[in-house]
Each structure stands twice: as structure tokens, then as C-alpha cells.
Design a protein around this ligand. Structure first.
Ligand SMILES: Cc1ncc(COP(=O)(O)O)c(C=O)c1O
Length: 494
């Protein structure tokens, strides 16, 4: 997807690193370099030195970014308006029609669960790691779907990937942990990190290149940062804390839709073990590979299981969810990790206090798995999303001719990422479309997620945007893609 060689990235990074502020330089770089300006904590004041307090006063640059973000994605704009005539490609959520099917499945499973003699137990606090029958059924189901072994004692139940990510940050980081972010990334993961006091200046951005995260830049960053790690801050902890956390979405990424190749997955695990990095894989999409498309390599956690010894703590957590494979409203998910990481969940006070997250729903999900309904439903999702992606992609190619769009056809998941030539500012387009919509003067009635929200580095991805193919049916998506092309043409006056 990115036609940028490693040498070019390195050259671009070096050029930028010599400058006092990466962001100030961005506008003067040719587009091809603009994609990957590296942030060097040694010279960039927006990166916090190890152990400096997180409460340091924000500079104006940062305030601007945070507030422009929250204006863009307030509650009003994050959820669908309900007006199906206005096609809002930004919604990474299933369509109402699919959720009707999920609702019928859930209703039937609930009736079955509650007719059992011990139904009352489902309303009790659950075991900290989750109901054992659910964990066993889930392990069996996942092993079958992934085609690689999954053990119940490697699983802990969660109430979805977002809540779980927050819990994992609490469990495994300190204020001295350095946060490495694959760039571009899921924009709300950055906000969850902010909830924990990490600020944008704490994020060390590692660009995605063709075929996933740049491991060369990642290793450079790790080498540089390792020398400043305060070992004391990590040595005396009662439970394991990591000096580094890497957040990555290796399968059908949000926002790019791309997946990490096998060689990178293997090398990434090696780097994590060498530098004591906790890799949190946001694995909410791996089960949504499209029928007929080449399957993805094994997940990082499956690869780690192969090399981890019994005594290793483990460096990989697969953070998973039923939101994308069943229904977001179910608020149910799981983590898969080494026994030591799972055991740490048992001593997490939140789980002591509240027991298994979403215990009742996990009991109902056990029924849904046992009756084969989950398998059938996921197969339906794969067919639907594959068709939706195909229709959207082909329409963009047809009606976007002459716009210079770069698009890669997705092989799974929810998203299509579009890169326009550098003079197309998708943020300006987004704002224009929203304003016209609010004023009732829009003749295009379409919107999308602009590229700038997916990065921690100001100036990146201004010429990119993300489309979700999950929320509308194929005809609506076809119409939306046509409208989008028209809107870009109007913006460019062509
Ligand atoms: C990459 C990614 N992670 C997490 C989530 C949210 O997951 P959950 O609903 O399980 O909290 C989303 C939803 O859009 C997502 O795209």
C-alpha cells in the first residue's frame, strides 16, 4: 500500500530528527515522506522523557489536537443518526439488519439458558476468570476457527476489548512505561491511554509501511529508549510491570484493513522478548477473514505459545471481543495470553470485587456456541462484509477515476483505507460535508472518518480517509461510494 522503501523512510526520519519539531517540518516534505515522519524522543519535545510526570503542562500544539479531535468525534457524531439516507461511512458497527439476526439468536439462547434448573447461578457473581464451561466452549470454538490450539487456561473473560484494554494498562504499566503506537491506529485506543494519564507526548509513534509496522524503526526506538528506562521503577513492583507497551492491530487493522505478514509477526515477538515489551494485540477482527481470500498467518499469541517456555511470563496479549463477531451490545470479550498473564487477572482487584465481567451474558453465549449458532452467524457476517467490501471497492474504482486514489482491496474486517494525492485534505472535506449536512444544504449526504484522527503525529494522513463497510447494506454502500467520489470532485473542482 505504501510505495516507500526502507531507505527512504530512514532518510526521511533522519531529516526530520535533525529538526527541532517534526510537526513543523511536515508541510515542507514531499507527500511520500509525509507519511512516515518518525518522532524521536531524544529531540522531539512532544515526547516525554522517562519518569517525567505525566501532569506536565500541555503545550498549545497538544491542546489544539485534543480539542479538534473531540469536536470531530463527540457523542453526536460517533453514533449513527438513524437517517439511512445520510451515509455515514465512519461507523464501525454492524447494520441494524444484522443485529436483528443477533437479537433472535440471543433471545432463543436466553430462553434455553433460563429454563435450566440451575439458571439462578447465572445471576450470581461469576469466577474471576469467567465461567469455566464458557471458557472451555470458547477455547474449543476458537481452536476450530483459528485452526491452531487454544487452551481454556489461557483465557480470561472480559466485557469487551475497550474495557479490557483499560484493565490491561492498569495491570501491566506504570507511569514510566513507554507507549509505542503503531501509526495509523485505532483512534479510541489513544483516548483510553489518555484516560490513564498518558498524553500524546508520551506516545512513540512507529509507522506502518507496506506489510505492517516498521520493525526497523521499532527496534531503533526500543534501542534508544532502553538506555533511559528507569529499571528501579520496574524492579520493585509486587506484580510484573513492563517498561514498554506496544499497541498493535495485526489482523484487518482499524483503520487500514491490512494485516501483518508472518515474518514480521515472528520478528516482533523476538523484539518483544529482547526488550521486555508487552504487545497488546487488538484482535477484534481476525475471525472476519473474507471467504476465498488468502487466510492470515497465525495470530501473535499462537506464535508466542510455540516459543514460550513454561516459566516465561509472556509478552503477548490477544485482546478479543464479541462486538464484531456477534453484537457490540453484548459487551462480552476475552483475552488470550500466557498462564502467568491470565493468573495476574486473578489478583486484579476489579475482578475480586465484581467477579467475572458480564457473567450472565457469557452463560447465554455458551448456549449460542454449543448450538452452532455463533459459527453460522460469523459465516453470514463474512459473506456480508466480503460482498459489501467488494461493492464499495469496485464503485470507488469506477467513480473515482482521475482522483488518484490509492486503495487496497480488503481481505477481511470492517475497513477500506483510501490515500489521495497530497493536495486532497480529507479533514477539510469532512468539515465541509458536516457543515452542509447540519445546514440542510448538502447534495451529497455522505461522511467518513478523516485520516488525521488515526495518528499521534500532527500533519500525517491528512490526505487519507477510512470507510467502514459494516454499517450499511451493499446498495447503500454503492450509493455512498458514488457520493463520496462526487464530493471529492466538487472539493477539487473537477
Ligand atoms: C480495533 C478496535 N478495537 C476495539 C474496538 C471496540 O471493541 P469493544 O466493543 O469490544 O470494546 C473497536 C471498535 O470499533 C475496534 O475497531
Amino acid at each position: 500500500m505504501w510505495p516507500v522503501s526502507r531507505n527512504r523512510i530512514t532518510r526521511a526520519s533522519t531529516t526530520i530528527e535533525r529538526q527541532p519539531r517534526a510537526s513543523a517540518l511536515v508541510l515542507r516534505l514531499p507527500t511520500v515522506f509525509r507519511i512516515h515522519p518518525a518522532v524521536d524522543p531524544a529531540v522531539d519535545p512532544s515526547v516525554r522523557p522517562a519518569n517525567s510526570p505525566r501532569t506536565k503542562k500541555m503545550d498549545l500544539h497538544q491542546i489544539t489536537r485534543i480539542s479538534s479531535f473531540s469536536n470531530l468525534y463527540s457523542d453526536r457524531t460517533l453514533f449513527p443518526s438513524g437517517d439511512r439516507g445520510y451515509i455515514q461511512f465512519e461507523f464501525g458497527a454492524p447494520s441494524p439488519a444484522l443485529l436483528q439476526t443477533a437479537s433472535a439468536i440471543f433471545q432463543e439462547a436466553t430462553a434455553r439458558k433460563l429454563s435450566k434448573p440451575d439458571a439462578g447461578l447465572a445471576f450470581q457473581y461469576g469466577p474471576k476468570l469467567g465461567d469455566s464451561e464458557f471458557r472451555s466452549e470458547l477455547a474449543r470454538f476458537l481452536a476450530n476457527e483459528y485452526g491452531s490450539p487454544v487452551e481454556a487456561n489461557h483465557l480470561a473473560v472480559t466485557s469487551g476489548a475497550s474495557q479490557s484494554f483499560s484493565n490491561l494498562i492498569t495491570m501491566f504499566t506504570t507511569s514510566a512505561t513507554r507507549i509505542l503506537i503503531e501509526d495509523p491506529t485505532y483512534f479510541l485506543a489513544l483516548r483510553v491511554l489518555q484516560d490513564h494519564g498518558f498524553q500524546e507526548r508520551d506516545f512513540v509513534s512507529v509507522p506502518v509501511e507496506s506489510g505492517g509496522i516498521s520493525l526497523q524503526i521499532l527496534e531503533e526506538r526500543l534501542k534508544e529508549l532502553s538506555s533511559s528506562v528507569d529499571q528501579q521503577a520496574f524492579a520493585g513492583q509486587p506484580a510484573k510491570k513492563f517498561p514498554f507497551l506496544l499497541f498493535t492491530i495485526p489482523d484487518y487493522s482499524n483503520p487500514t484493513g491490512q494485516s501483518m505478514p508472518l515474518d514480521k509477526r515472528i520478528r516482533l515477538i523476538e523484539l518483544a522478548r529482547k526488550y521486555d515489551v508487552l504487545i497488546i494485540c487488538d484482535d477484534v477482527y481476525p475471525l472476519l477473514g473474507y471467504p476465498g481470500a488468502e487466510p492470515n498467518p497465525p495470530r501473535l499469541i499462537a506464535l508466542e505459545h510455540q516459543v514460550r517456555s513454561e516459566t516465561d511470563f509472556g509478552n503477548v496479549i490477544s485482546n478479543c471481543s464479541f462486538s464484531k463477531i456477534f453484537a457490540p451490545g453484548a459487551r462480552l470479550g476475552w483475552v488470550e495470553a500466557s498462564p502467568a498473564i491470565i493468573k495476574r487477572h486473578e489478583t486484579f482487584w476489579v475482578l475480586y470485587s465484581g467477579g467475572s465481567p458480564n457473567h450472565l451474558t457469557s452463560g447465554i453465549m455458551t448456549e449460542i456456541i454449543q448450538t452452532g449458532k455463533l459459527k453460522t452467524y460469523i459465516a453470514q457476517l463474512r459473506e456480508t462484509y466480503s460482498h459489501n467490501a467488494e461493492v464499495t471497492y469496485e464503485t470507488l474504482r469506477l467513480h473515482g477515476e482521475g482522483l488518484g486514489m490509492r486503495i487496497e482491496k480488503p481481505k477481511g474486517g470492517f475497513f477500506i483505507w483510501i490515500e489521495f494525492p497530497s493536495h486532497v485534505n480529507t479533514h477539510a472535506l469532512y468539515q465541509q460535508l458536516k457543515q452542509k449536512e447540519a445546514a440542510g444544504t448538502s447534495n451529497t449526504r455522505v461522511s467518513f472518518a478523516p485520516g488525521l484522527i488515526f495518528t499521534t503525529v500532527q500533519g500525517r494522513y491528512l490526505n487519507c480517509l477510512r470507510l467502514s463497510i459494516a454499517h450499511y447494506d451493499a446498495e447503500e454502500l454503492r450509493e455512498g461510494a458514488r457520493r463520496l467520489c462526487r464530493a471529492v470532485k466538487e472539493l477539487l473542482d473537477i
